[in-house]
Write a protein that binds this ligand. Structure first.
Ligand code: URA
Length: 197
């Protein structure tokens, strides 16, 4: 086993301990984590934001520059698009939570690597287990690759996965770069409203 894999530890065991310890410990462990190299350049760890009893749990990709400075997920331009999406969905503040596949910013805004995602995954799974949402929305392909690498989901088509419903939608940043996706995303949302209403 290479050193990096050793640092990631046994996933099931880490999740079990985190869930047993509770959400505040998960947050503390995220802040203290040095398991992968991303911590070396991170300013703030980006744990997550939103309701502690969400119907909908969004998974983004990774913190960007403004998230790294603020410690808040989706704080920058993509955050404005996420807010518009959430408003279109008709969700109120108590209805949703958002986090990312990794809690530290990858340098230069590159995508997180498989090993980094793997090391951070116990935090994500523990957050999901503790917050217990009925619906998980994967924002883009990186979220899908992290959360269910063995599956290939269709955009906007919900599936059952380990006792929850998962739905893959466009990442809010994709709506900034390709405005035509806004209408398509609205169509996905309209088709799936019963999942959160
Ligand atoms: N993009 C993401 O995927 N996550 C953030 O927190 C910000 C931008």
């Amino acid at each position: 086993m290479v050193a990096e894999e050793e640092n990631c530890g046994n996933r099931e065991e880490r999740v079990r301990k985190l869930v047993e310890a509770g959400y505040e410990t998960v947050a503390r462990e995220i802040i203290a984590c040095i398991r992968c190299p991303l911590h070396e350049s991170a300013i703030k760890r980006v744990i997550g934001k939103g309701s502690c009893n969400p119907k909908v749990f969004f998974i983004g990709e990774a913190p960007g520059e403004s998230e790294n400075k603020s410690g808040i997920p989706f704080y920058g331009r993509a955050g404005k698009k996420l807010d518009q999406m959430v408003e279109y969905m008709g969700l109120s503040e108590e209805d949703w939570f958002v986090t990312n596949t990794v809690k530290c910013r990858p340098p230069g805004n590159r995508k997180p690597r498989v090993q980094e995602i793997e090391c951070c995954k116990p935090f994500l799974i523990a957050q999901i287990t503790l917050l217990n949402p009925k619906l998980i929305i994967l924002l883009g392909n990186t979220a899908e690759k992290s959360f269910c690498p063995e599956r290939k989901l269709e955009w906007g088509v919900p599936v059952e996965h380990e006792g929850r419903t998962i739905l893959k939608l466009y990442h809010p940043a994709a709506l900034i770069y390709t405005a035509s996706k806004i209408e398509v995303q609205r169509g996905f949302i309209d088709k799936n409203r019963e999942l959160w209403q």
